[in-house]
Design a protein around this ligand. Structure first.
Ligand code: BTN
Length: 250
């Protein structure tokens, strides 16, 4: 049994998990909240929480992988969430790089991975906090009006209410299992499965990379390092190291 810290309400489970990780919490330790007052998404966005209806959790992981492989944890986390949701929904999800989970073009889960400072000196307390938000028992009215066309939940997909606790335990188990595969067999077997779920592949998309450069082009898929590539209208390929990836039609 891994330690789990439950909160009815908290600012952000990621903030609490980082605090615990800095104080040497073991791998697998998780923070779960019924509601977040300052839920955070990627790229500084907010993550909308609905009390008791979604899964808001952060799992501390300390995989025995090379320092330079730590950024790949984010793709592995997406795969863990996708596998879990496929099982519960009885259908196949897609992954929008780097790790959003979609059913039929609608987002059901998002992941915010934050790592300890990635320096060679920081060997002693190396960790990543995998923050997972999953829409579970939301009906459409639970989402802000402007999001309703683009989101879904397990309830909306299956017509049944699911146990948030059960999904939490399943997704943590899946994440830890996949990281063990990473340790033993490397990243490629996981990447192979990730590629089968690639939502953006072959689609025209816009993205903004960390350097702030706007690129519009055709998604070419991810390379063996997990980096997304796009080809623009001049035929030039670009690496998207990180960024807000959108379909050109959105
Ligand atoms: C995204 O899609 O932008 C990522 C969303 C991540 C949300 C989860 S909810 C639990 C954890 N705590 C946070 O503050 N954020 C993550």
């Amino acid at each position: 049994m891994y330690p789990t810290h439950y909160y009815q309400s908290i600012d952000s489970t990621n903030i609490k998990a980082r605090e615990l990780a800095e104080n040497d919490a073991i791998s697998g330790t998780a923070v779960v909240a019924g509601y977040q007052t300052r839920g955070r998404g990627r790229l500084g966005k907010d993550w909308h929480s609905v009390a008791g209806k979604g899964l808001y959790c952060s799992v501390i992981v300390r995989p025995g992988i090379a320092l330079e492989d730590y950024p790949k944890i984010t793709l592995v986390a997406g795969l863990a969430a996708a596998r879990t949701l496929d099982r519960y929904a009885g259908k196949t999800s897609r992954l929008k790089w780097p790790n959003d989970v979609y059913f039929a073009g609608k987002k059901i889960a998002g992941i915010l991975t934050e790592s300890s400072a990635l320096t060679k000196e920081n060997q002693r307390n190396r960790y990543a906090v995998v923050g997972i938000g999953i829409n579970i028992n939301h009906s459409l009215a639970d989402f802000p009006q402007d999001l309703r066309e683009n989101v879904t939940s397990l309830l909306l997909e299956t017509g049944s209410v699911c146990s948030v606790e059960e999904i939490f335990l399943a997704v943590r188990r899946e994440l830890l299992d996949l990281l063990q595969v990473f340790e033993v067999d490397g990243f490629l077997p996981l990447l192979k499965e990730w590629r089968k779920k690639d939502f953006l592949l072959g689609k025209t998309m816009r993205c903004v990379n960390t350097a702030g450069k706007k690129i519009e082009g055709l998604a070419l898929g991810v390379d063996d390092e997990g980096t997304l590539h796009v080809r623009d209208s001049n035929g030039d390929s670009h690496e998207v190291l990180s960024g807000d990836v959108r379909l050109a039609s959105s």
